[in-house]
Write a protein that binds this ligand. Structure first.
Ligand SMILES: [Zn+2]
Length: 118
């Protein structure tokens, strides 16, 4: 293991899909190469701050619960829990973190600049 990794530009494992100024969309592939566990990360500047939303095609464990468990969980919690994992290399993880940091700064700045010019 190496400890001298630095964030990369362009970043390995982080694909910029779109950039609307106010918001940016990235795709983060899973290092297993599978199509089902990649993430889409959407960073958006709003009046209340910056929102980071991740989307992933998840396979819930619905099918492993019986009907009663599903209904009970919905009644008591209002949702069904499931989880998604993504496997990233050390370098990719670092790039992910760095991309989030700079995207947050970018969208905030865009929003502030835009607000001034109106
Ligand atoms: Zn995977």
């Amino acid at each position: 293991m190496t400890n001298n990794l630095t964030p990369q530009t362009p970043a390995e494992g982080i694909l910029k899909r779109n950039d609307w100024g106010y918001s940016k969309l990235y795709n983060v592939p899973c290092s297993c190469g599978g199509d089902n566990c990649h993430h889409d990360v959407w960073i958006e500047a709003e009046d209340t701050g910056v929102t980071v939303t991740t989307y992933t095609q998840q396979k819930s464990k619905w099918w492993s619960l019986n009907r009663f468990q599903i209904i009970w969980t919905l009644l008591t919690k209002g949702y069904i829990e499931y989880e998604a994992s993504i496997t990233m290399t050390e370098q990719q993880t670092l790039n992910y973190a760095e991309t989030l940091k700079s995207a947050i700064v970018d969208v905030k700045k865009f929003k502030e600049d835009h607000a001034k010019s109106v």
